[in-house]
Design a protein. Structure first.
Length: 266
């Protein structure tokens, strides 16, 4: 009995720690200093053209980072998993560098390398997708590797080759559909990291390119209510994304269970 109540208390403390800051944010946005319920801060936010432009900028940067991650990370990890286990260990070790090195260090490295010569890209947004993909690299690679191992991709690839498929045919026609969930889940993590990245954006562009995090900072500094409304909108978008992802995963599991049950029945 004591253990059951202890677990309930710990779960309650966990929920309070997670939910209380968000509850305070929502309360401040809707009530503010007037003490009356008001949605004026949301109306001001959505009527600001800078909000739409910063949202579009963040979306295309995040989508570009996802595309780069898929193109740059997927083939070498797949090839190393199948043919070069030692190289795979090196790739895994290197992929954890963004975990160890702070984002500000990576940003300064980009600034120093791309600040002169033919690759003078500092102050432009074109560096950002590559930087965001680098930040999301450990998440994408680990999720994709987990899917490779769980799907037993090596055995399936060998079976495809036995049936006469080339490496390219096996990868495109068999492996990619099999590994789709790993690619999607890794891409979602890269997208989430990219949409909220602030440090690298600020240092590499000098604040000249407006994204959602920069817009949030500037807006909250000038108008706390509008800035908090922006934070609430971002929160609800994140919750909606999580709910959609969980719903898709649940429906996929139900389909798999239904197919398995029908095969066992037959």
């Amino acid at each position: 009995m004591f253990e059951k109540w202890l677990y309930r208390v710990l779960i309650g403390l966990f929920l309070l720690q997670v939910l209380l800051p968000f509850a305070g944010l929502i309360q401040f946005t809707l009530v503010g200093g007037s003490g009356a319920l008001s949605f004026a801060s949301f109306a001001t936010l959505f009527s600001d053209p800078s909000f739409a432009s910063s949202l579009l900028n963040s979306l295309w940067l995040a989508a570009s980072a996802v595309l780069l991650s898929i193109v740059i990370f997927t083939p070498p990890v797949w090839h190393a998993y199948l043919y070069a286990p030692r190289l795979l260990r090196v790739i895994e070790a290197v992929s954890f560098v963004p975990f160890v090195v702070p984002a500000v260090v990576l940003a300064l490295a980009y600034v120093q390398f791309f600040s002169s010569g033919p690759l003078d890209l500092v102050g432009t947004p074109y560096l950002l997708p590559f930087a965001f993909a680098l930040l999301g690299m450990p998440f994408y690679i680990q999720v994709f590797l987990n899917r490779l191992r769980h799907a037993d991709a090596r055995a399936i690839h060998e079976a495809a080759q036995t049936l006469g498929a080339s490496d390219f045919q096996a990868f495109v026609r068999i492996q990619l559909p099999l590994l789709r969930s790993g690619i999607i889940n890794g891409s979602l993590l890269v997208f989430t990291i990219s949409i909220g990245e602030f440090t690298i954006t600020q240092l590499t562009t000098g604040g000249s390119y407006n994204t959602l995090p920069l817009y949030l900072l500037i807006t909250f500094t000038n108008n706390p209510l509008e800035g908090s409304a922006m934070a609430v909108v971002t929160l609800f978008l994140a919750v909606a994304g999580v709910v959609a992802a969980l719903s898709a995963a649940s429906s996929r599991r139900r389909r798999i269970h239904a197919v398995t049950a029908s095969e066992e029945a037959s």
